[in-house]
Structure formats: structure tokens, C-alpha cells
Design a protein around this ligand. Structure first.
Ligand code: NDP
Length: 251
């Protein structure tokens, strides 16, 4: 069964890691997909990968180079995306970065960059898409938060603030838009094997694994399965929730 036939999805940070896995699963389930990122080379490679898993004739897949932290750029890119596809049914706010540092050594730039790319981006995309989704009287917004937004972590006060902020934002949006048929939910991944976690030292990785009852790091596809559920009609009575996908880290 293809869960997203007839749907169009926009995935920020769809050029790599978790975002790309979400895009692959959405394409395999029949959706037209637009991915946003800033790295052209990575984006072109993602396009090739997505083309190879197309599930039907005339399925539209496109890449736009957009920095999600820039409000005007997002406004413009959203108009372009809507012109291209006519509608966006599913928005996945996945683009994100880390700039880890103990607070006493954290520069203003590291604070601002993380908050702008991880959180202001969500304001940018959701605000730009609210009106068209309200007109359509349907939509699903999926924000990729983190277990760090639930539990905090030494050296990640900027990242934790951005990911907690996303949760409060999502719950508010869910309340604002539920009567218009629009749902908004978060996924809080645990530690997932991507570029973001690849650079951690072996000691840190072992310490993380010790906290995961299931004894393994997650795969991007673990998050993509949760996103597929929240994007589809399978979750039609679910809004304002945080779906934690972490191998049991936070119970
Ligand atoms: P990656 O570093 O593998 O991918 C990050 C993605 O974000 C890339 O596609 C990148 O695209 C995009 N991106 C970064 N900055 C911008 C920007 N300014 N504008 C547009 N796109 C941008 O990370 P992950 O796949 O691991 O993480 C994806 C999300 O999941 C993030 O929000 C992260 O915080 C969250 N998460 C990840 C966990 C993990 O363990 N990996 C755990 C919990 C949450 P490009 O390079 O083309 O700009």
C-alpha cells in the first residue's frame, strides 16, 4: 500500500541523513517531493538517489537550494515551490546543525547559528505555508526535534534550547490549526547514525550506547518510518504530540 499517493511533501535538509531517508520513504510511498538544502553537490546526489526509487509515472521530485534560516529566502522559495506543485500537503522541518560547546565558552555566533537554523527556520517555513494549508483545510507539519530537547545535555545548551523550542512551537501550532484540518507533531530521535553523529569520538559513542536499552544506534530509516506515519492518514487523529524514536533512551 502506498500511503502518500496524491500528496506533495516539502522536506528541509532533505539532501542528507535523516531528511534524505524521509524523502526516500515518501517517494517510495507515492508522494511528489521537494527537498531543500544548501549544498548543491549533495543535493544533486540526493536527487539521483530519489529518482531511482520513484514509485509511479510522472512523479515529481525537485531540489531547491534554500538557507532555511533566512526569512525572505524561505518566503520566496515557498512561493516557487507552490507554483511548481500547486500545493504542499506535508511539511517536514528537518534541517538542523550542532555547534557544541560548554556554555561558558559558547560564542554568540554558535548560539545564533543553531537557533536560527534549527528553530527560526520552523517559524519561517510554517508561517509561509500556514495560509495555503488553511485554504486547503488540510496539512501535516512534522518537526524533527531531539531527545536532547527533552532531557538537555552538557555542552548542547544552544541545541537543546532550539529543540525544546520546537516542541513548544509545535504544540501551539497544533492548537491554532486543528480546527482547520492541519496537524502538527514532533519526532524526537535518539542517536541516529548520520554525518551529524559520525564525528563523535569512540568514547562518546560508547557512552551514548550505554544509555540505549536496545543497544544500538538508530538508522535514518527508523525516523523515516515515524515520519511516514505522521504524514499519512494513519495518524489522522494525532496532533500536538512528540513521538520519541530512541531505542528506549527516554522512558
Ligand atoms: P545531517 O548533518 O546528516 O543533515 C543535516 C541536513 O540539514 C542536511 O541535509 C543539510 O543540508 C541541512 N541543512 C543544514 N543547514 C541548513 C540550512 N541553513 N538550510 C537548509 N538546510 C540545511 O544531520 P541529521 O540527518 O543527523 O539530522 C537531521 C535532523 O535530525 C536535524 O534537525 C537534527 O538536529 C535531528 N536529529 C538528529 C539526530 C542524530 O542522532 N543524527 C538525533 C536527534 C535529532 P545541506 O548540507 O545541503 O545544507
Amino acid at each position: 500500500m502506498q500511503l502518500l499517493n496524491g500528496k506533495t511533501a516539502l522536506i528541509t535538509g532533505g539532501t542528507a541523513g535523516i531528511g534524505k531517508a524521509i524523502a526516500v520513504h515518501f517517494v517510495q510511498n507515492g508522494a511528489d517531493v521537494i527537498i531543500w538544502g544548501t549544498n548543491a553537490q549533495r543535493g544533486e546526489q540526493a536527487l539521483v538517489d530519489l529518482e531511482s526509487v520513484k514509485s509511479r509515472e510522472n512523479q515529481k521530485i525537485s531540489l531547491h537550494l534554500v538557507d532555511v534560516s533566512k526569512t525572505k529566502d524561505v518566503d520566496l522559495a515557498m512561493v516557487q515551490a507552490l507554483t511548481l506543485t500547486g500545493k504542499i500537503d506535508v511539511l517536514v522541518n528537518n534541517a538542523g546543525i550542532t555547534r557544541d560547546q560548554l556554555l561558558m565558552k559558547m560564542s554568540e555566533e554558535d548560539w545564533d547559528q543553531v537557533l536560527d537554523i534549527n528553530l527560526k527556520s520552523v517559524y519561517n517555513t510554517c508561517r509561509a505555508l500556514t495560509r495555503p494549508m488553511m485554504k486547503a483545510r488540510s496539512g501535516s507539519v512534522i518537526n524533527i526535534s531531539s531527545v536532547i530537547g527533552l532531557s538537555g545535555n552538557a555542552g548542547q545548551s544552544n541545541y537543546a534550547a532550539s529543540k525544546s523550542g520546537m516542541i513548544g512551537f509545535t504544540k501551539s501550532l497544533a492548537k491554532e490549526l486543528a480546527s482547520r484540518g492541519i496537524r502538527a507533531n514532533c519526532i524526537a530521535p535518539g542517536y541516529i547514525e548520520t554525518q551529524m553523529t559520525e564525528d563523535l569520538s569512540l568514547t562518546v559513542k560508547e557512552a551514548i550506547l550505554a544509555k540505549v536499552p536496545m543497544g544500538r544506534m538508530g538508522q535514518p530509516s527508523d525516523i523515516a518510518h515515524a515520519a511516514l506515519y505522521l504524514a499519512s492518514e494513519l495518524s489522522s487523529y494525532v496532533t500536538g504530540q512528540v513521538l520519541t524514536v530512541d531505542g528506549g533512551m527516554i522512558i
